[in-house]
Design a protein around this ligand. Sequence first.
Ligand SMILES: [Zn+2]
Length: 266
Amino acid sequence: MKVHHLNCGTLRVPGSPLVCHVLLVETDDAGLVLVDTGFGLQDVASPRRRLGALRHVIRPLLDPAETAARQVERLGFRRSDVRHIVLTHFDLDHIGGIADFPDAQIHVTADEARGAVHAPSRRERSRYRAAQWAHGPRLVEHPAEGEPWRGFTAAREIIAPGLLLLPLPGHTRGHAAVAVDAGGRWVVHCGDAFYWRGTLDGSGTPFALRASEAAVAFDRALVRANHTRLAALHRRGEPDLVLVSAHDPVLLERARRAAQEGGVTP
Ligand SMILES: [Zn+2]
């Protein structure tokens, strides 16, 4: 499947500007699939109502040209061509764009839907922004069950052959990674299971990012275990595997280069 690597939200945090890395996948029979959405047009129009006070911390650029809706159109597609959206989790910098694709099915783990929509704890209620799903999207909830795949415990094929949901809870209750067979390479979008490439290669992570990763974790021990597991996967150096996070700008650039070259990054 052809995979486009989009930045659907620049976060102007001090020292290290971040991206919101979104995959746009062209499938054979299931239309276009987005993995995460970054910020959407309604976030740009009404940031206070949609994003709340957190916007002062993460400082999103909120440029309509960065939204998935505008980028899908710029690539020559219609928004209605996007029939499915897979969410790594429900945080506001990942789901803001779902309202721009009201006909798309929204795929998520059942645990994440529970923690965000159906039965949030008090902490989860303040974490998530219900305004972002007030349009009543069609949720498709997937159990955290499946086959072992490359160190992940439960890969579950959804939507199309070569599209895998990989439950990876910790950052949120039902967080998941998503793997896409891009023909000759697998792109694994790890969402917020790690923020910065230093987690994979041991080169270190800026203090502010490490602190915020710990502060917002639903389960810190699981976050640490995920870091260990993903670093081990990175060290194995599987030649057809491209690991990206939602927010690391260098991993976004490397993934774009790999997509252009049709191979993997060195
Ligand atoms: Zn995030």
